[in-house]
Design a protein around this ligand. Sequence first.
Ligand code: ARG
Ligand code: ZN
Length: 856
Amino acid sequence: TETRLADWRPYPWKLDSTRLAFTIAPQATTVESTLVFGPGENGPGAEGPADLVLDGAGLNTLALTIDGQTIDETHVSRGEETLTIAAAALPPGGFTFAARVQIDPAANTALEGLYLSGGIYCTQCEAQGFRHITWYPDRPDVMAPFRVRITADQPVILSNGNPVGQGEGWAEWDDPWPKPAYLFALVAGDLRAVSGAFTTMSGRKVALNVWVRPGDEDRAGFALEALKKSMRWDEQVYGREYDLDVFNIVAVDDFNMGAMENKGLNIFNSKLVLASPETATDTDYERIEAVIAHEYFHNWTGNRITCRDWFQLCLKEGLTVFRDQQFTSDMRSAPVKRIEDVLNLRGRQFREDQGPLAHPPRPDHYQEINNFYTATVYEKGAEVIGMLKRLVGDDGYAKALDLYFQRHDGHAATIEDWLKVFEDATGRDLSQFKRWYVDAGTPRLTMTEAWDGDAGRLTLRFTQTTPPTPGQPDKPPRVIPIAVGLISPNGDEVLPTQVLEMTGASQDFTFDGLAARPVVSVLRGFSAPVMLERPIDAATQAFLLAHDTDPFTRWEAGRALARDSIIAMSQGGKPSAEYIPAVGRLLADTAADPAFRALALRLPSEEEIATAINAAGDVPDPDRIHAAREALARDIATTHRAALEATYDAMAVPGPYAPDAGPAGQRALRLAALGLLNRIDGGARAAALWESAGNMTEKQGALMALIEADRAGDALAQMEAQFGANRLVMDKWFMVQPLAASPDRAPEIAAALAERPDFDWKNPNRFRALLGGLAANHAGFHRADGAGYRFYTDWLLRLDPVNPQTTARLCSAFETFRRYDPARQALVRAELQRLAEQPGLSRNTAEMVGRILGYD
Ligand code: ARG
Ligand code: ZN
């Protein structure tokens, strides 16, 4: 059962208003809905008035009426997840459809629709969860104002919009902004608010609440401040103002994803709300700030302007990720944020693009839409917008966005609409640019140089090709913005950043009037999501690492040296002669931002090395890669021991903890130094840091180092004794053990942890902590005896009937399996077969397994 973009048709009826009445009870919640329909915009179709098709799944239907009359069963037909009421039963001028259904939130372990999380009733309706609540046109292009009355024996009762009435055991909410069902939300439970207020640019006063469980109030303040910063930033940068009297955020422990932008009532995975210095790391704080912003920014890019259909998901997600990236760049360090984003893109999206799950940012078919909340839709979707902005300039971008908000506010839009506002605002033809949205795969961009010394002319020749992806054998050339700069041999920049616009398969660009042959700094700021290949020697990379004025390409030069060193060592060779001295210069460069130096000091992951070996056409050997990376780390630590110790000491942050970028960067550099020194001091420094650290950032860094040094027993016991009751801290405890363990023990460690009574595997965070921790241990997961694969699959099989969405997402651990040797491939294939043959396997997981095996 496949859904296709080409099959989209407008909904034939117009939904004017939605009224819902909930009577909440754990096993039998009653939902009464009243939907007022008018004639569709296009009037009756060629065949006359249309049937009314509604979506519903797992509903116990008690009553169905049209204009108050029970619908004659002869007019009703039922599909797997649909109810069709024949046109003959519908007054063509409009009618009121009403339903009464019963649902069972307590039994809802899939966490889609209305469910219970630790005693709190909450909902998750994106993408198609609302059909688990009642019969409805559950598609994003059907939008209506909602009025919702909830009766529940709970102290706090919330829904979308503004509160319009409440009493003992009930509350009524009104959301005047028409919205699709996926933005509906309801929360009822014993919650406490950490509250604030925000005055919008036009003077509207908004009440802000972050709702948490009693006892968690002291960990919600950071999220509230992040919300205020986000609201101000969206006004200042995009001119977008909030549009209701209240904005509520609720933290729940059981959540399939990160968070959800329900209108006026964002629901969050508690790990993206709750933070204190003792329980959250600097990275957690940064993510909380970014995700609070992301969900808030959806109020305009997603809610006021939503998607016509789910194929357009990147319309809201790519843009909102792009906006949250801009926000973080403004709040923290822009260069550091850019490097982090590229690391994330390469680690997840390039990986996806190179394997069997490759798909375009705007796919055109799916079996299960929840399988398309991917790095490609989100992060590549954001990169595509970054390119668009680079091509049309900041002013063009601002004009296009103003036009987008003006033209599409209140509507459900498409990628075509989005591109059209850029064309209309800037006069540019974007037909070739559109390929970025509809073609999958990462272009390979090669650059060669020709130097004519007599003429003082440098010619750069670029060639692009994109390898085939499933269902897309041929890839025409795309528009690629290539940011370049030229640096003279003495280290001065002779040409500041210029954006070359490549449109052909192969293209030359010349630079004249050069006194000496410059060094080319190319793909500055990672100006396009491509894989760059250029013949370049290690000395030139070292030169760029020392002299490039662009922080991204500067970092990238060092990264390439490290990567090439590990690859060479894993294949029996030696590290690049340039690399270890370059690390010494980096350690000596105390004027550079510590956060940047931390990024430059950290070695590429084993996964990244495997990806690079695969891209070069070779077969990665996880054991050799692991050994090579360890050996390089030891070499660095031995050579630069004194400088690393000095850096470690200098980066101690005095005074109380603050999660700001400055001190966080110092801690990151300190931990990067610790990670290297740990290879030669037997874990002594890590043990001392574990004892002295007053914040979770350093505690977790010390703990990982202790695990690597195989002396973490006491620290793990202490952490459990202190934080056994804190789920988020215990998630870290479950995650770091398989992650940092020696590969020869990682699967067994994971298996032992899975036996513990507090391995609450129905909780997605806990499940992901353990399985994700193992999957991120490259050599441990891919251990030659298949123990990692087996353990992992056993648990996927167990979770699938309980929570298909989370199971399906975790299948992506297998997406790289064809990179490896035939023996490993056979082991993975056997596990995937075991999944495929499981009776009753969910549609979610079946689609993922089928695509990975290539049965798509
Ligand atoms: N729209 C949410 C966000 O970007 C993601 C929710 C996705 N949920 C799902 N079940 N697919 O923050
Ligand atoms: Zn989003």
